[in-house]
Ligand binder design. Structure first.
Ligand code: ZN
Length: 434
């Protein structure tokens, strides 16, 4: 597939030139129009005219999700409400949602970003694209919807739920491209099998654009087992605070997600000291929106842990790449003093052939001690006690080697654990619940 926009292949100096111009314009605009920003900048002793180079970005204060909550609902908006054409919100697990507003210009930018990442993942105008993200306040579905429509694909806006009907649409309408979370894409393949269909032979899916959940290498392999070795599976990244999906996406070289750098400036910081880290080092991703009108966030702390690479990609794009996420700093579990990402546990599970991709991580407290139980489905039914013992001890040993933690393992029969239509909720942390 061709590259959607010429901007994606600009030389580095030109990207930097666009970034500086847009950064200066955005900073002046928010300083003038958004009071909480002006206050933060005044406190930090920095004025818009102090931004003379991209290096000065690091002098600007950060914005966090808490700032959005403190200014709920519209306090960080830079345009009058009458200029907005749409509002989205992301539901927080606690308290008020974070609210984002879009001008027509913002929607055009968003569509452009998603068209680019759809093409990166192999979408073409000939695709029939089934969007199995929940439509509504969540930005995932509508973001992919408009971006793919602009590419020229035929959209099936089937949303989530009623998985058998999803498979019926997929088969009868000849869907070739599927948009879903990795866990729902797996679930749909399972449902197809339950309906007596072979997802590889009886359905026409050639491209999977997955997002809204981490895609580990092990999970990608697992998805190939269900959807076929030749399907293109790419992951894309975004969040409603910044825009929605389309901030970055993997190309078919699968070597990290290209960030749409003419709209976003990425930085990596040490989440504790807040210092900017050099290229290639792992830390928290911070993003500055440089072409947003409604709610242009500056140095937004994403809580996602990744790395940035600026060397040229084989696909021809010059935009830098962010490594597939190792985790959100919010998702990080602290178990007996050890930092663990659920994705690390997933990699261990999926590395054992006898285990399926469905699992739950249960955390409890026994006195002062954390207890971790991993419930995981077997790939196939077995009644052999010695086989079960062997699988269980392999999993325990690998968890101990890789994480340095002991876990209780419960092997479950296939198809017994809960399935998810949106973001999978695999961790049950009962440690603070009495
Ligand atoms: Zn590439």
């Amino acid at each position: 597939m061709s590259i959607w926009s010429k901007e994606e292949t600009l030389p580095r100096e030109e990207i930097r030139k666009i970034q500086l111009e847009r950064l200066q314009e955005t900073v002046s605009r928010v300083y003038e129009k958004v009071e909480p920003y002006r206050k933060k900048m005044d406190e930090a002793g920095i004025k818009p005219e102090d931004i003379k180079s991209l290096d000065d970005l690091k002098r600007l204060p950060f914005v966090t999700k808490q700032d959005m909550r403190d200014n709920y609902p519209f306090g960080l908006f830079a345009v009058p409400k009458t200029d907005l054409v749409r509002i989205h919100a992301s539901s927080g697990t606690t308290g008020k949602p974070t609210v984002v507003g879009y001008t027509q210009g913002d929607l055009d930018t968003w569509t452009e970003c998603v068209s680019r990442i759809a093409c990166m993942g192999g979408a073409t105008k000939d695709d029939v694209a089934q969007i199995c993200f929940g439509y509504g306040m969540f930005t995932g579905a509508l973001g992919l919807h408009y971006g793919l429509e602009k590419v020229g694909a035929t959209i099936i806006p089937s949303s989530t739920g009623n998985s058998e009907k999803q498979i019926m649409y997929m088969k009868d309408f000849g869907a070739t491209l599927l948009v879903a979370t990795p866990s729902y894409a797996l679930r749909l393949a399972e449902v197809a099998r339950e309906m007596g269909l072979d997802p590889v032979k009886d359905l026409s899916i050639k491209t999977l654009l997955v997002g809204s959940e981490l895609l580990t290498d092990a999970m990608r392999e697992e998805m190939h087992k269900y959807w076929g070795a030749d399907v293109k599976i790419t992951s894309n990244y975004g969040m409603s605070e910044l825009m929605g999906p389309g901030v970055s996406g993997e190309c078919l070289e699968v070597c990290g997600m290209h960030i749409n750098e003419d709209f976003f400036i990425p930085e990596i910081i040490d989440p504790v000291t807040e210092e900017v880290l050099p290229e290639g080092e792992q830390g928290e991703l911070v993003i500055t929106c440089i072409k947003k009108e409604g709610i242009p966030l500056i140095r937004y702390r994403t809580r996602d842990i990744t790395r940035l690479f600026y060397d040229k990609c084989k696909c021809g794009r010059t935009f830098c790449r962010m490594e597939n996420l190792s985790g959100r700093s919010d998702d990080m579990l602290k178990i007996r003093g050890v930092n663990v990402f659920p994705s690390q546990i997933e990699e261990v599970i999926l590395g054992i052939e006898e285990l399926g991709p469905h699992y739950e991580i249960l955390l409890e407290r026994d006195g002062y001690l954390d207890k971790m139980t991993i419930k995981v489905e077997l790939a196939t039914i077995t009644d052999s006690f010695s086989t079960l013992e062997k699988i269980s001890s392999t999993l325990k040993n690998r968890l101990r080697t890789i994480l340095g933690l002991d876990a209780k393992v419960m092997l479950e029969s296939p198809n017994t654990l809960q399935r998810f239509e949106g973001k999978a909720k695999r961790v049950k942390d009962l440690r603070n619940i009495k």
